[in-house]
Structure formats: structure tokens, C-alpha cells
Design a protein around this ligand. Structure first.
Ligand SMILES: C[S@@+](CC[C@H](N)C(=O)[O-])C[C@H]1O[C@@H](n2cnc3c(N)ncnc32)[C@H](O)[C@@H]1O
Length: 243
């Protein structure tokens, strides 16, 4: 059974701390390869940032030239996004219900770390089905999720050493990290979901995985990598409707 996951990001102090995050350290690896990936897969400029948080990923898309709408379930995160970008298109949605976006079509849907924070397979499938329905013809979904290894190792931007239970966690179990790049050291709680579980979820939602990136750090980058040179902390997938 999948444990219940509450959203950490409804907390104002957490949202404010998260709002300071940039593209440094381990996070660099989540964003470094996206411009080239988008160039290979995305035609058109209309984008949805699903789980936009404090707008870091939304502004990233905007700076690449996308006309982007950011949506999130956490009002505190949307408030932070609007502080950074008062005229940005940010909308709060009810959990699991994207019907407010009906009639809109997106060339790209980005979900950056969002599915780490969504509960079990049923909830994930239901959301992916709705996202699939929002794609323009030839549109695609790009997900960035934590690999299971993220929760079992130390990183430049994360520590997991105090969470022994992470090492034996199975798909659907809650796992914890502490983000080292922000002042708020309270654990972030995610749901573990490995590659096989994601493959089943995507297939059930009528999506196929057309590219997978497992980015590693490189020597010469201006970061004090810990395990990032050998172990990939993130999995980046391009998803398209099954034909
Ligand atoms: C780790 S933050 C990432 C924020 C942003 N994408 C970034 O890269 O900085 C994950 C976000 O997903 C949001 N989220 C979680 N479940 C969601 C859902 N079912 N629908 C929309 N957003 C959700 C959370 O509220 C949180 O703001």
C-alpha cells in the first residue's frame, strides 16, 4: 500500500526558502541538458510548467523563449512565484484536477520534481492522463524525477545519511532528504518510484518513453561534486502519447 504523502510546500516558510533555489550544485544536472533536449523534441512555444513551485522552472522556460503557464496546488509556492514575476501566468489548481486548463493546448509540459511529491501510482496515472489530454498535436511531456539512488547517497545539494529507512525503501514508500542549499533543514518527504514503476505508470496513462537522460556531473564544472560524477541523481524522460 502507498503511504499518504502530504505536500510540504503548503508551508509558507518552506515555500520562502525554496524560492531562493537556483540552478546550482546537484540541481544544475536537472537543468543543464534541457535546452538541447527541448531542441530535439519540442516544436512550438506554448508550455505548461506542472508543479511550478516558486517559479524557478517556469522562469527557466520563459528565458528559453516559451510562453509558459505555471500551475501548482500550493498557494504559498504560487505566491512566491508571483513575487519573482508579478505578471507571470501562475495559477493554483486543486490537487489532481486539471480541468481548469481544459481547451488549452501545450507543445511542452514540464514537470520538474513534481512527481516525486505526488502519491501512489493511481494518482500519478490520473494526472498523466490529464496532462496527455492537454498536449497539442506532436506535443510532449518532459519529467524530471529523483532516481531511487538520490535517497541513498550524499550529494552536493542533498543529504540522506540520517534516513536509514531510505536504504530499504520500496516503490510507494516515503523517503526523505534534507536540501543543503537552503536555510530550511527540515526533511523533504517524497514517494519512492523507480524506473520500472514509472514505466508501468506511463504505459497505463497511454504514454511512451521516447528518451531517457541520466545526467552525471563532469570534471571541469564549477561544483564540488560528491557522488554526481558516478551516480545520476535525476532521471529525465520525454513522454509522448502512444500511437
Ligand atoms: C520540488 S517542487 C519543484 C518546483 C519547481 N518545478 C522547481 O523546479 O523549482 C514540487 C512542486 O510540485 C507541487 N505539486 C505536488 N503535487 C502536485 C500536484 N498534484 N499538482 C500540481 N503541483 C503539485 C508542489 O506543491 C511543489 O511546489
Amino acid at each position: 500500500m502507498t503511504a499518504r504523502l502530504d505536500n510540504d510546500y503548503t508551508d509558507g516558510a518552506r515555500a520562502h526558502a525554496y524560492s531562493d533555489l537556483r540552478f546550482l550544485g546537484t540541481y544544475h544536472l536537472a537543468f543543464r541538458d534541457l535546452p538541447a533536449l527541448f531542441a530535439r523534441h519540442v516544436r512550438g512555444v506554448r508550455a505548461l510548467d506542472f508543479g511550478c513551485g516558486a517559479g524557478r522552472s517556469t522562469r527557466f522556460l520563459r528565458d528559453l523563449g516559451y510562453r509558459v503557464t505555471g500551475v501548482d496546488i500550493a498557494a504559498a509556492m504560487i505566491d512566491e512565484a508571483q513575487v519573482h514575476e508579478p505578471h507571470g501566468d501562475y495559477r493554483r489548481l486543486p490537487r489532481g484536477d486539471l480541468s481548469a486548463l481544459a481547451g488549452e493546448q501545450f507543445n511542452l509540459v514540464l514537470a520538474a520534481f513534481t512527481f516525486d511529491n505526488v502519491g501512489g501510482p493511481q494518482e500519478k496515472v490520473a494526472i498523466f492522463e490529464q496532462l496527455r489530454g492537454l498536449l497539442a498535436p506532436d506535443g510532449c511531456i518532459v519529467t524530471i524525477v529523483s532516481t531511487p539512488e538520490l535517497y541513498r547517497h550524499e550529494w552536493m545539494s542533498f543529504s540522506t545519511v540520517q534516513f536509514a529507512e531510505n536504504r530499504v525503501a520500496k516503490d510507494g514508500d516515503l523517503v526523505r532528504t534534507v536540501i543543503l542549499d537552503i536555510e530550511d533543514s527540515r526533511p523533504v518527504v517524497d514517494t519512492l518510484c523507480g524506473p520500472q514503476a514509472y514505466a508501468e505508470i506511463h504505459a497505463r496513462a497511454g504514454l511512451e518513453e521516447t528518451e531517457l537522460l541520466l545526467p552525471l556531473g563532469r570534471g571541469g564544472e564549477p561544483f564540488a561534486w560528491v557522488n554526481e560524477l558516478w551516480i545520476a541523481p535525476w532521471a529525465i524522460r520525454v513522454l509522448r502519447p502512444l500511437r
